[in-house]
Ligand binder design. Sequence first.
Ligand code: DGL
Length: 266
Amino acid sequence: MQESERPIGIFDSGIGGLTVYRALKKLLPGERFVYLGDTARLPYGTKSPRTIIRFSLENAEFLTKFDVKALVVACNTSSSVALDELKKKYPQLVIMGVIEPSARMALNLSPRKKIGVIGTEATIRSGKYQKFLRERGAEVFSKACPLFVPLVEEGWIDHPVTRMVAEEYLGEFKNRVDTLILGCTHYPVIKKAISLAVGEDKILVESGEAVGIELKKILNSRGLLSRENQDNDLFFVTDYLQKFERVASLFLGKKVKIEERKFSLC
Ligand code: DGL
């Protein structure tokens, strides 16, 4: 098989990373993806760095069996804690996390460099986003929003409780930021509630698009970009629950059929 025809591996702590997959598929339609959602061990956001690193290395080990040419860490929590370890273990692979591409996009888009970052407890605690942005002259406001993930998993998207929680978390950002990084796989699904809470004039940055643009450039520069349209992506989960079909459809905006440990797009 030609180098460029090898697939791209992508993993997340669960199926929230499908928001990133969706954006990548749109920007890189010629690529074949192998997705792994570690649903058995979700959430990562409340766990210690040591555990998150171990899980991330195990996910990468699974995906490298598919002879991937690149690895995308769709999970913000893994990206903020485990990226260096992954790069150390697989120096030959293109490995991309979501933190730097999203932060770079925010810096490019933000008119006054007043940037907010929201994510899981582990992501915010790691300080990775904050450090990267501050080093480049931005004023940064950050907050962990742990209730958002369960609300999305529950399917409470256009729901008064989600709007209330968003208001509670983000009301204070309203007069402080001009740009907000949605630093968690699940947040793009409740973008509307977040936008209402933070002010509809604010720029919202999603990881998927930011990663897709940078990944395309890197693959192109290394002659690794595949140009044939592909529709044979593979999806795996480490544990199966019926609700995954409903939740996965929310993330992807289309129906999916999940079989145990494997699922396919309808
Ligand atoms: N995928 C995680 C992230 O982007 C959110 C869910 C979790 O806590 O595992 O940070």
